[in-house]
Design a protein around this ligand. Structure first.
Ligand code: TEU
Length: 552
């Protein structure tokens, strides 16, 4: 089989199997469904497929509550289906990356059940603390709301859960835990898996003493914790991860730590996701309090991280969304039908040509938008249900809380992938409703047939990103204080390209000189060739227009 592409030159496609393709008519996506779509993914031009967890799980957090790291949940298929998918992808020059949820297990995992049954060896695999049922050990808050501690009456102790109460944090200070998880990585590497995404992996190292956080929710103590680099390096060294492609999801991290996580000589990870750029529309830092995206802050964060990571030899995973984020086309583009496709293509241009490895989340390549579900009962996500209850307690009406969920719920991204105008995801009622059923222009079939579609623009951008100039070139941010434009140059030796993106519905005149011989590489609107005829020094960009020019 052909060699897999270097991760820095690659584009990675994220698949949420539960919502990608149902092959057995139960309304749930599954692994044979993914295999059935490999030709589509190969034609798109992506290099790796990151699948979110499909391991045995009670599905309380859609598989991020793992009850057995080595067994495929029957909902998704069998081990033979996984092996067929790995082989099918590999035959098409694509590698499969799995999602390792190593910060916590489901409370239905055998280890936790044995801990509850009183086996001390297994209690030491988690973070149990004695105390009285009235008073949690610390005031730490779960990221899903409420206390981060749950009382286990079976053993008369508290246990830590930074996420849902059914997701018990593992004790990484216990060598037995680290050895077990190393064995899990080796197990999947031997299956031919090409790489891994590590879920909230910067939370795995907790301090020796757990204490109250007078000014916050406790994250300052366990985020990028005391031994996190030591543990990541050990995991890589003990399992030979250097041969694989690895990306760490870093919750509330710092650029200093992300440099350390990704400098090749440190032998930790290839690249990291950080989320600071996806919080510029959180009023007061609160996900559930809406405000329009702060565009200048978005650019400051994006380019600041790009510059710092590039200067220090680190490596970014670049992305606008995933299974936890609302649809980027609505969030940073436009829901105005006149502008939606152009805005989605503009956003893609801005993101996929940055320095780093770009990730595309399923459906983003169609410009799928958010939707306003009519009832809380239309939602499935545990975080959204918790947030709805908290918003109602704060006095928001049902309608106001549903408005917030329409803009922020993780379910926005988890709606079924759209293959045909009717949907084409399943012959049954999907586990989460397809809000775009019947909408025109929002399916693979229609967009493959339309050369001006968002889908074809993604294919062109993926092909551009594969070129050394965009994969490895330096990045030079431009016009940092411009209120509508996101602009940068990519430079590699004597090659250079200019990326200009108008994030607004207004026409913008750009004070810019294009050198003679500048040529259009890609535009998101017709007739986008450089219009230098308008006299030297200015370029006019139409609403949501994005252009990529070769400068030399
Ligand atoms: O997400 C980590 C995380 O912080 C998410 O909760 C996300 O940032 C938040 O929902 C945005 O408001 C990972 C997985 O991607 C997520 O699906 C899991 O729910 C979570 O960890 C726990 O495993």
């Amino acid at each position: 089989a052909t060699a897999l592409r270097d991760f820095r030159q690659s584009v990675i496609y994220q698949i949420y199997p539960k919502s990608f393709q149902d092959s057995d008519g139960d309304g749930l996506g599954d692994l044979p469904g993914v295999s059935a779509r490999l030709d589509y993914l190969q034609a798109l031009g992506v290099d790796y497929l990151w699948l979110t967890p499909f391991f045995v799980s009670p599905q309380r957090d859609n598989g991020y509550d793992v009850a057995d790291y080595r067994r495929v949940d029957p909902r998704f298929g069998t081990m033979a289906d996984v092996e067929a998918l790995i082989a099918g992808a590999r035959a098409r020059g694509m590698g499969v990356m799995l999602d390792m949820v190593f910060n916590h297990t489901s409370t239905e995992h055998e280890w936790f059940q044995r801990a509850l049954a009183g086996e001390r060896e297994y209690q030491e695999r988690y973070i149990f603390r004695a105390g009285s049922p009235e008073q949690p050990p610390t005031n730490w808050q779960s990221k899903f709301g409420g206390s981060a501690w749950a009382w286990a009456p079976e053993v008369g102790q508290w246990y830590l859960h930074l996420f849902d109460v059914t997701q018990a944090d593992l004790n990484w200070d216990n060598p037995a835990v680290r050895r077990e998880l190393q064995d899990v990585v080796r197990f999947w590497l031997q299956k031919g898996v090409a790489g891994f995404r590590f879920d909230v992996v910067n939370l795995i190292s907790k301090p020796d003493v757990l204490e109250d956080d007078p000014a916050g929710d406790g994250r300052r103590f366990y985020t990028d914790g005391p031994r996190v680099h030591e543990y990541l390096h050990e995991l890589s060294r003990e399992t030979g991860l250097a041969q694989a492609v690895t990306v760490g999801e870093m919750s509330s991290t710092s650029v200093e730590h992300c440099i350390l996580y990704t400098q090749p000589q440190r032998g930790e990870l290839n690249m990291v996701f950080n989320f600071h750029h996806l919080k510029v529309d959180y009023a007061g830092g609160d996900k559930w309090t809406l405000m329009p995206p702060d565009f200048l802050e978005l650019k400051r964060i994006l380019f600041g991280w790009q510059q710092a990571m590039s200067d220090a030899g680190g490596w970014m995973a670049t992305f606008w969304g995933n299974h936890d984020q609302p649809r980027p086309a609505s969030r940073f583009g436009s829901d105005d039908p006149r502008y939606r496709p152009a805005a989605a293509k503009m956003l893609a241009t801005a993101g996929l040509l940055l320095r780093g490895t770009p990730y595309i989340f399923q459906g983003e390549e169609l410009g799928l938008p958010n939707t306003r579900f009519g009832s809380i009962h239309d939602y499935r996500d545990v975080e959204s249900h918790n947030a709805y209850a908290i918003m109602r307690e704060r006095g928001l009406t049902d309608a106001q809380a549903l408005d917030v969920l329409a803009a922020r719920s993780r379910d926005q991204a988890r709606t079924p992938m759209r293959w045909t105008p009717e949907g084409g995801f399943s012959t049954a009622v999907p586990w989460l409703a397809d809000p775009h059923a019947g909408a025109s222009g929002l399916s693979v079939q229609e967009q493959l047939a339309d050369p001006q579609s968002v889908l074809h623009h993604y294919r062109a951008l993926i092909a551009l990103h594969h070129q050394p100039l965009f994969a490895y070139g330096e990045i030079e941010p431009l016009l940092p204080e411009h209120e509508q434009l996101l602009a940068y140059r990519r430079v590699a030796g004597d090659e250079a390209a200019l990326v200009l993106c108008n994030f607004s519905a207004a026409e913008v005149a750009v004070p810019l000189d294009l050198p003679d011989g500048a040529g259009l590489l890609l535009g998101n609107l017709p007739d986008a060739a450089p219009r230098v005829a308008e006299g030297q020094g200015t370029l006019t960009l139409r609403p949501y227009e994005a252009v990529v020019y070769r400068l030399s």
